[in-house]
Design a protein around this ligand. Structure first.
Ligand code: PLP
Length: 400
């Protein structure tokens, strides 16, 4: 199908909830994707952080192919070999003490389960999340998501039991978290909110405050998990272990899968029938996820993210030093944000025209979530493209 037709059909029939880029991506390989006209793009968006091991990693493709010929669906009420294999692999890499897993299909679903488990376990009702935090858009997860743009149209249906604390402020956490708090949910590095890294001591303080009030500490590692930040889990940068962890995005290599991984006593408070998912833990997704974990571990992708991330952050810092319209670079590993003093929509569009796919966080932060297998060469190319665009932007502003 040609590109014009693809765009026409999607624009006609797809629910209008996505801000669209004007290209259709039909093929991917590693850190590169191709549109219907055959044009190549460096993918620094990585499908919003999904393609951590790269597009169509041969081991993931092989695992999917093999499983598709064997068994695609198997409800959670039956046992399954591929599910068992994945559970073992997840437990092996999960922070110590987290040993019960609910398998689902997305990040928001993994958050829903974490919230329900915390509510059930503590018997309390207050949930605290962070200003600028993002946890998904289903009604439960949306209640914990801060952005008023996402919340306001549904205000009447959003739980009143949620409160927001400023991210990074220990004093505010101490003020808000009390004996009525069932759970505190935060991202160790806020992704959607603009790549804000937890300040030193913050997560440890949250851990202590939650312990003091018997509140469940939930880390949402949907975006930060599986090595992106230079450690398997972002929480490891601060040596803090949550009670429950939410993961998704990268786990399936593109096949939808999420997981809520928690302490047994918390997860076990959800009894038979109190939570479930028809597709959760299906063998196809589990086979893909097992292959993804193998690749991450065997290729030591967290270390690769650390090394390449440091290098790329250095390049971005050079840009900040050179261009006055740039304010700051933030992030860890290959989860980086470049804050501009101006709206960055035009920059994203120009980058696209030059063969580079980028992501935004809000109006003025360019977010980089490339596959961890991306080459140094492609990161350098991305840097050159961006330098060219910012030089043009500054010239344009100077002429005004
Ligand atoms: C930290 C975090 N939590 C939850 C979600 C929701 O994930 P999903 O879109 O798979 O529901 C996202 C998605 O961007 C996320 O970044």
């Amino acid at each position: 199908m040609d590109e014009k037709r693809i765009i026409e059909i999607e624009d006609s029939y797809l629910a209008r909830v996505y801000q669209k880029f004007p290209i259709s991506i039909v093929r991917g390989n590693g850190a590169l994707v191709y549109d219907a006209k055959g044009r190549e793009y460096i993918d620094c968006m990585g499908g919003y952080g999904v393609s951590l091991v790269g597009h169509c990693h041969p081991r993931v493709v092989e695992a999917i192919k093999r499983q598709a010929q064997t068994l695609i669906t198997c409800h959670g009420s039956f046992y399954n070999d591929k599910r068992a294999e994945l559970l073992e692999k997840l437990i092996k890499i999960a922070p110590k003490g987290l040993e019960r897993i609910f398998l689902c299909n997305s990040g928001a679903e993994s958050v829903e389960c974490a919230l329900k488990a915390a509510i059930k376990y503590t018997g309390k009702r207050r949930i605290i999340s962070a200003v600028r935090g993002f946890h998904g858009k289903t009604l439960g997860a949306l209640s914990a998501t801060w952005n008023p743009k996402y919340r306001n149209p549904f205000r009447a249906f959003i739980s009143e039991n949620f409160r927001f604390m400023p991210f990074g402020r220990i004093d505010e956490a101490e003020r808000l978290i009390d004996e009525n708090t069932a759970a505190v949910i935060v991202e160790p590095i806020q992704g959607e909110g603009g790549i804000h890294v937890a300040p030193p001591g913050y997560l440890k303080a949250l851990r202590e405050i939650c312990n003091e009030h018997d509140a469940v500490l939930i880390f949402d590692e949907v975006q930060t998990g599986f090595g992106r930040t230079g450690r398997m889990w972002a929480s490891q940068h601060w040596n803090v272990t949550p009670d429950v962890m939410c993961v998704a995005k990268a786990l399936g290599g593109g096949v939808p899968i999420g997981a809520t991984i928690g302490k047994a006593e918390i997860m076990d408070s959800l009894r038979v029938g109190e939570h479930s998912s028809t597709f959760g833990g299906n063998p196809l997704a589990c086979a893909a996820a097992s292959a993804v974990i193998d690749v991450i571990v065997e290729e030591d992708l967290p270390e690769r993210a650390r090394v390449l991330g440091e290098y790329f952050k250095g390049l971005l810092q050079k840009m900040v030093d050179e261009f006055r319209i740039l304010r700051e670079v933030r992030g860890l590993g290959l989860m980086l944000g470049l804050e501009s003093r101006l709206f960055i929509r035009d920059v994203l569009m120009k980058a696209l025209e030059r063969g580079l796919i980028l992501l935004y966080s809000g109006r003025n932060v360019i977010r980089f979530l490339p596959p961890l297998i991306i080459s140094k060469h492609h990161l350098e190319k991305a840097y050159e493209i961006l330098c060219g665009i910012f030089a043009e932007e500054e010239r344009r502003l100077a002429e005004k």
